[in-house]
Ligand binder design. Structure first.
Ligand code: SF4
Length: 362
């Protein structure tokens, strides 16, 4: 579309949203916090919680050195707690790997925990004037309608197509990037809204293919939602000298038939910090031996694995016992470092074992 950025910037200087506490912010730390909060939370809620968050942790350094209970406590009620865990993890990475300075390129930012491509672009555009477009749900809807994209906007191929369009529409001058990026967000949120968009007063009405073809209400295409469930599990890495205990999973279901670490059931409410309780789930194992080993157990940081319809958080407890114990069940076996390489293990479990062995020898 011709003059897209000019029209958008003109609209924004007259009608853009005003008074949001993160607007005109140049500090990448604060832009980042607001972007992450806005991902799944209403603007009205974020307005208040954002201020509380940046008052408690005014800088990246403050967040990086905070304890995780404090961070999670401050996030309470905002939901999608992965965001808080990632914020904390990301702050530590920036502190350690980048000496406390945010990388100024979207391509580097998007490698950090919890920072997706669109959020990385927003930080780079707002704070470093990088000429790169955001492509959040609002922008996808706006461009999807202007270009009459009737396919599912979440499909990779459609997504890529819209990225290309978004990049082609950027303003020529990089100093316009902060205002332009804010304008894109505001336009989708206030004019080209999901329901009842304000087409009559829209500056893109002439040239908007969805409007011309009278298919505005069909874009974005409505697709049946698949709910993503978060589940948790505790796994035991039971070591006896040079032997590791593995358990073969049931033949059907996720990771069906693969050898893995003995684990508790996948539920939505396992307390990943409390291995004592979780041990009750390992009825096939000699619990008296494991309980004796428990005081010296080492808990690894929870790991995450994403499946199509669920996200698994698993915490591994390392338990060392004096010698391999007998288990009258063919679905358990002790293996050494060489033998484990020949077995099919779920990727994240295999990765953990490799990581563990690379720094510890059995
Ligand atoms: S004309 Fe309507 S559908 Fe098209 S961009 Fe404007 S508000 Fe969105």
């Amino acid at each position: 579309m011709k003059d897209f950025s000019t029209k958008l910037l003109q609209w924004h200087s007259a009608h853009g949203r005003r008074g949001l506490p993160w607007q005109n912010e140049k500090d990448p730390y604060k832009v980042w916090i607001s972007e992450i909060m806005l991902q799944q939370t209403q603007v009205a809620t974020v307005k208040e919680r954002y201020l509380q968050f940046v008052q408690t942790f005014p800088s990246l350094k403050d967040l990086a050195k905070a304890n995780s209970d404090e961070v999670m406590g401050l996030w309470a009620g905002l939901g999608y707690y992965t965001r808080a865990r990632n914020l904390h993890a990301c702050a530590k990475v920036i502190e350690q790997k980048y000496d406390g300075n945010f990388p100024n390129e979207a391509s580097t930012l998007s490698t950090l925990p919890g920072i997706g491509k669109s959020t990385a672009s927003a930080i780079a555009a707002f704070c470093f004037n990088q000429k790169i477009s955001i492509l959040d749900a609002n922008v996808k809807r706006l461009l999807g309608r202007i270009y009459a994209v009737e396919d599912d906007l979440k499909k990779t191929v459609t997504h890529e197509y819209l990225w290309k369009i978004a990049q082609d529409l950027l303003p020529k001058t990089s100093s316009d990037m902060p205002a332009y990026t804010q304008a894109l967000m505001d336009y989708g949120a206030t004019v080209c809204t999901p329901r009842n968009p304000h087409c009559q007063g829209c500056v893109f009405k002439k040239g908007c293919l969805a409007y011309e073809q009278d298919i505005v209400d069909q874009i974005p295409k409505k697709v049946k939602k698949v709910s993503i469930k978060e589940v948790q599990s505790v796994m035991l890495c039971i070591l006896a000298k040079d032997q590791l205990l593995l358990h073969r999973r049931p033949p059907s279901g996720i990771w069906g038939g693969l050898w893995s670490l003995p684990e508790s059931a996948w539920t939505e409410n396992v307390d990943l910090q409390d291995l004592t309780d979780a041990l009750n789930d390992f009825q096939n194992l000699p619990l008296d031996i494991l309980r004796r080993a428990l005081p010296k157990a080492k808990f690894m940081a929870p790991r995450k694995h994403v499946f199509t319809h669920r996200v698994l958080y698993f915490q591994i407890g390392i338990l060392k016992v004096h010698q391999p114990f007998e288990i009258d069940n063919a679905d358990f076996k002790w293996v050494n470092k060489i033998e484990v390489q020949e077995l099919g293990l779920p990727t994240p479990v295999k990765q953990f074992i490799q990581d563990y062995w690379s720094i510890n020898s059995l």
